[in-house]
Design a protein around this ligand. Structure first.
Ligand SMILES: Cc1cc2nc3c(=O)[nH]c(=O)nc-3n(C[C@H](O)[C@H](O)[C@H](O)COP(=O)(O)O)c2cc1C
Length: 151
C-alpha cells in the first residue's frame, strides 16, 4: 500500500514531529503541503492529512487544498492534528470534508503540542516538551493500528 502524508505545521513543528513518526511506521512518503504537486495523491492508496490547529481550525491552506481536490471513490485516508487543547474533535472538520470528497476515513489521531501563541508566550508557553515520548509512543501505536487496517 503506497502511503502519502501531507501536513501543515507552522508553529513549532509539533505536527511535523508526529507526522515523521507515522511516516516511519507506515513506510510512507512525507510531504509539507507547500511541496505538493498537482494530482500526486492519485499515485497513492492511503493519504494522511495533518495540521496544527490555529484559531480552532486546521491551517486554512490545508482546508482549501482539500476543498479543491477532485472527488475520489473510497480512497483511504486518515487525519491527525496537534493543538494547545489536544482535543480529538478538532479533527472533525477535515474528516467531514474528506468524507464528502469520497474518502474512506480509517482513523484519526490528536495530541497536545507546545503552544506559545499570544498570551501563552508570557508564561513560557503551554505544553512544554509536547508532543513528548509518551505521545510519540501513542502515535506509533496509532500508525500500527492503521497498518492492521490496510493489510
Ligand atoms: C495563531 C495560533 C492560533 C492557535 N489557536 C489554537 C486554538 O484555537 N486551539 C488550540 O487548542 N490551540 C491553538 N493553537 C496552538 C497550536 O494548535 C499548537 O501549538 C499546535 O501544536 C501547533 O502545531 P504546529 O507546531 O505543527 O504548527 C494556536 C497556535 C497559534 C500559533
Amino acid at each position: 500500500m503506497k502511503t502519502l502524508l501531507i501536513y501543515k505545521s507552522i508553529h513549532h513543528g509539533n505536527t511535523e514531529k508526529i507526522a515523521k513518526v507515522m511516516a516511519n511506521s507506515l513506510e510512507a512518503e512525507l510531504m509539507d503541503l507547500k511541496n505538493y504537486q498537482t494530482n500526486l495523491i492519485d499515485e497513492y492508496d492511503l493519504i494522511g492529512f495533518g495540521s496544527g490547529i490555529y484559531f480552532n481550525k486546521p491551517h486554512k491552506k490545508l482546508i482549501k487544498f482539500i476543498d479543491d481536490l477532485n472527488d475520489v471513490k473510497g480512497k483511504k485516508a486518515f487525519v491527525f492534528t496537534t493543538s494547545g487543547r489536544g482535543t480529538i474533535g478538532y479533527n472533525d472538520l477535515l474528516i467531514n470534508k474528506l468524507s464528502h470528497k469520497g474518502f474512506k476515513i480509517i482513523g484519526d489521531f490528536s495530541c497536545k503540542g507546545f503552544d506559545t501563541w499570544g498570551p501563552f508566550k508570557l508564561i513560557g508557553g503551554l505544553n512544554k516538551g509536547k508532543p513528548d515520548e509518551e505521545d510519540l509512543k501513542n502515535v506509533k501505536k496509532f500508525a500500527e493500528s492503521l497498518n492492521g487496517e490496510i493489510e
